[in-house]
Design a binder for this molecule. Structure first.
Ligand code: GDP
Length: 250
C-alpha cells in the first residue's frame, strides 16, 4: 500500500510548489523515492516531472477550443472529463514503484473539494494506499485569530467532504510577519479569539476551537515555506505519524 499525500488549497496557496519541494526533501533527506501526480488539467508548467499527468487525458485549453467555452466553463468541463479517467490513473498509480505518492490537485480548490472529482478520487485511490489531505493556506489570508479558526474549520470541512485525515498547514512562512503563536499554541489562540472576537462571531469561533480540541483535530499547524524548505520536516513527522498509525511503517 502506498502513502498518498493530497495537496488541497485555494489557487496560489502553493500546492504545486509544495508538491515539488516535499518530493525533493523526501528524496534528499529521507532517501524516500516519490512519485508525482498532476491532477490539474489547466496547469501550464510544473516544477516537478509528473509520473502521471491528467493532461495526458484532458487539457483545459483543448476543452476551451473544442467546446467553445470560456476559461471557467472549460475548467469545470475538463474536471468532469478528468473524473472518468480516475480509475485508470489509480490503477497506474498502484504499479508505480515509489512508496510515497504526492498529488497536486486542480488550481481552484472548489473544483476538487465541492464537485465530484475529490470524492471520486478518494473512492478510486482508497484501494491504492492510505490517503492524507494537506490543506494549505496562504498566510496573507490569515491575519486575525478568527482567520486561524477558519483555516482549522476548512480542514475539517475537507476531512468531512473527503472522509480522510487532514493536516492544515500555513505555507509561505517566509512571508509571514505576525503572531506565530496563533498557529502553534491552542490556548493562546483561544485567548486571542476571546479578546478580539466580537459578539456572535467570537462565540462561534470559540465553540469551533473547543469542538476541534475535543476531537484532537487540527491541533498542530506547521508553518512551512515551500520555497525555503522551512517546516518540511515537521510536516513529514506529522504525515509519518498518521501513516504509521494506520500500520504502514515507512
Ligand atoms: P497553487 O496554485 O496552489 O498550485 O500555487 P503555486 O505553487 O503555483 O504557487 C503560487 C505562487 O506562490 C508561485 O509564484 C510560487 O512561487 C509562490 N509560492 C509558493 N510557495 C511559496 C512559499 O513558500 N514562499 C513564497 N514566498 N512563495 C511561494
Amino acid at each position: 500500500m502506498k502513502n498518498i499525500v493530497l495537496f488541497i488549497g485555494p489557487a496560489g496557496s502553493g500546492k504545486t510548489t509544495l508538491t515539488a519541494s516535499l518530493g525533493r526533501w523526501l528524496w534528499s533527506k529521507m532517501l524516500t523515492p516519490t512519485a508525482y501526480i498532476n491532477l490539474d488539467p489547466g496547469a501550464e508548467s510544473l516544477p516537478y516531472k509528473p509520473d502521471i499527468d491528467i493532461r495526458q487525458y484532458v487539457t483545459t485549453e483543448k476543452v476551451m477550443r473544442e467546446y467553445g467555452l470560456g476559461p471557467n466553463g472549460a475548467l469545470i468541463k475538463s474536471i468532469e472529463i478528468a473524473c472518468s479517467y480516475l480509475r485508470e490513473i489509480a490503477e497506474r498509480t498502484s504499479k508505480l514503484p515509489a512508496p510515497y505518492i504526492l498529488v497536486d490537485t486542480p488550481g481552484q480548490m472548489e473544483l476538487f473539494l465541492f464537485r465530484e472529482f475529490g470524492p471520486r478520487f478518494i473512492r478510486e485511490f482508497k484501494q491504492v494506499g492510505y490517503i492524507i489531505g494537506v490543506v494549505i493556506l496562504d498566510p496573507t489570508l490569515t491575519r486575525k485569530a478568527q482567520d486561524v479558526t477558519s483555516l482549522k474549520l476548512l480542514s475539517l470541512i475537507a476531512s468531512l467532504r473527503l472522509g480522510v485525515d487532514v493536516i492544515p498547514v500555513i505555507n509561505k512562512a517566509d512571508l509571514v510577519e505576525g503572531d506565530f503563536r496563533l498557529f502553534k499554541d491552542n490556548e493562546y489562540l483561544r485567548l486571542k479569539v476571546r479578546e478580539t472576537g466580537e459578539g456572535i462571531i467570537g462565540e462561534i469561533s470559540e465553540r469551533i476551537l473547543e469542538l476541534l480540541d475535543d476531537y484532537k483535530l487540527a491541533t498542530r499547524i506547521p508553518l512551512l515555506s515551500a520555497t525555503t524548505g522551512v517546516g518540511l520536516e515537521e510536516l513529514y513527522d506529522m504525515l509519518h505519524e498518521i501513516f504509521c498509525a494506520c500500520g504502514d511503517l515507512t
